[in-house]
Design a protein around this ligand. Structure first.
Ligand code: OOG
Ligand code: NI
Length: 461
């Protein structure tokens, strides 16, 4: 990076903090949730010195209190490709393709996030970004009207666009420009209570799918949630009602385990917020809309394709036995079924590793650094020359995401669409291809083994 430019990681960290401050202001329950998460994280760490020590040793402790993800839903290919360019200036690239149509939500998505280890440690802010699929809406006239409304709106400020172009031209931004970019980009995610449609069109969009109304009716893609990361999601879930927050009934993802895998998430329901629709003769007409909510997550080890296949199989098996009811009436039955079905997934780090189910980062122990003898990987682990840590899953899960979408769309909104993943079209609209998350984790693991190998020369053992 040329002299005088602010590191992309620092721009992202400033952006994440600015978004959090804005959301705290706009949705006070988010602030309450952050305080609760901080309290539980502190308790968890003091009760588990070994966890604290590993997080410290792997240099991942400081990122956790600052860690969060957000989500937005965009309306057009132009919006998506500009969003990619904006996030690129902050060191965030599109990772993964998520098809939500099969789960009854007319969008497909990616996650913009940092990928380098040092960047993740500095600040792992990520944004789950969805693109509306008007092609899945049956009513052709409505589809055209929605497209016309979307084509006319501008979700980025002129200042944001200028600064992104400048960063692309010069390879970075100096401090004043970087600070200005953060302020300009935050504008895109702000809540607007004045709709850009009248109530009649809002109703029709809403009847097609609530998500369509949410994307099309407003001037910008308001951030719809921000999610802090907790070290004990069960405890936060349990304490939410005491703080006046009602969580959704079921924690999405795997059950409670000794060795956390992938991602567990829960949310509180979207707020019903006052908005005004375009009325007659320049007047505004009062109404309401619900879109914004809060969510927490707990992250575990990234799974290999083999591990992910097992996870998907066990989750489908659970859901075939008990489908979680939206009103939470069968939550105990669902959770106990989930727990018993997941007994088939090993719950010991070394077993998970040896079975090739998860990705791990290998490092030399103190003893390994000074070892005079050579050994292969497994022997070196047995002899305490090499240790391994789970690589954190930095991405999302489509079934969980669908559950989060649904719980905030009102549960009557469940709808069937023909499953139609279209990654090629998504990437064309994005203007780039998405990174393959599995290949990426595999590479981190491989590089960590190679670094050990360079020191104790395993190959010539
Ligand atoms: C995104 C829902 C997905 C997650 O954490 O899985 C998501 C949305 O509602 O726009 O954020
Ligand atoms: Ni989320």
């Amino acid at each position: 990076m040329p002299e005088g430019f602010v590191a992309a990681d620092d721009i992202r960290a400033a952006f994440s903090a600015a978004m959090s401050a804005m959301y705290c202001n706009e949705v006070p329950a988010y602030g309450t949730l952050m305080a609760l998460v901080a309290e539980v994280n502190l308790e968890t760490l003091s009760a588990d010195p070994a966890l604290q020590a590993r997080l410290e040793a792997t240099d991942s402790l400081t990122r956790i209190s600052e860690e969060r993800h957000g989500a937005v839903r965009l309306g057009t290919a132009q919006e998506l490709s500009m969003m990619r360019r904006v996030f690129a200036v902050m060191g965030m690239v599109p990772v993964g393709y998520y098809d939500l149509s099969s789960a009854g939500v007319p969008v497909h998505s990616t996650a913009f996030r940092p990928v380098e280890e040092s960047s993740l440690k500095r600040n792992p802010f990520r944004v789950f970004t969805s693109l509306l699929r008007l092609d899945l809406i049956a009513d052709e006239a409505l589809r055209r009207e929605a497209a016309t409304v979307l084509a006319a709106r501008k979700i980025f400020t002129d200042g944001a666009i200028e600064l992104v172009e400048k960063a692309e031209r010069s390879g970075g931004l100096d401090a004043p420009d970087a600070a200005r970019l953060v302020q300009e980009v935050v504008e895109t995610f702000r809540w607007h209570d004045k709709a850009i449609v009248d109530e009649a069109l809002y109703r029709r969009l809403h009847d097609a799918h609530r998500l369509v109304a949410d994307v099309v009716s407003f001037r910008g893609p308001h951030i719809n949630h921000l999610t802090p990361r907790t070290l004990d999601i069960d405890k936060v879930q349990e304490r939410m009602p005491g703080e006046g927050i009602v969580p959704k009934a079921v924690v999405e993802g795997p059950p409670t385990r000794r060795c956390p895998i992938l991602l567990r998430q829960t949310s509180f329901k979207a707020l019903e917020e006052p908005v005004s629709f375009i009325g007659e003769n320049g007047a505004w007409q009062a109404g309401s809309h619900s879109a914004r909510f809060g969510e927490i997550e707990q992250r575990g080890v990234a799974l290999t394709p083999k591990g992910r296949t097992l996870y998907d199989k066990l989750l489908s098996k659970t859901r075939a036995l008990v489908t979680p009811a939206a009103d939470g009436s069968n939550v105990h039955e669902y959770m106990s079924t989930l727990t018993s079905v997941f007994k088939a997934f090993p719950d010991d780090w070394n077993e998970i590793r040896r079975a090739g189910l998860g990705y791990f980062s290998y490092s030399l122990t103190e003893k390994g650094r000074t070892a005079s003898r050579r050994a292969d990987l497994e022997t070196a682990i047995e002899e305490g020359l090499i240790q391994f840590d789970p690589i954190v899953y930095e991405d999302f899960l489509p079934v969980s995401a669908a559950g989060i979408f649904q719980s905030n769309l009102g549960d009557e909104a469940t709808q069937a669409f023909v499953a139609s993943p279209n990654q090629i079209k998504f990437e064309r609209d994005l203007g780039a291809s998405v990174l393959d998350e599995f290949a990426h984790y595999a590479e981190i693991e491989r590089a960590s083994i190679e670094a050990c190998l360079a020191v104790i020369d395993l190959t010539t053992a």
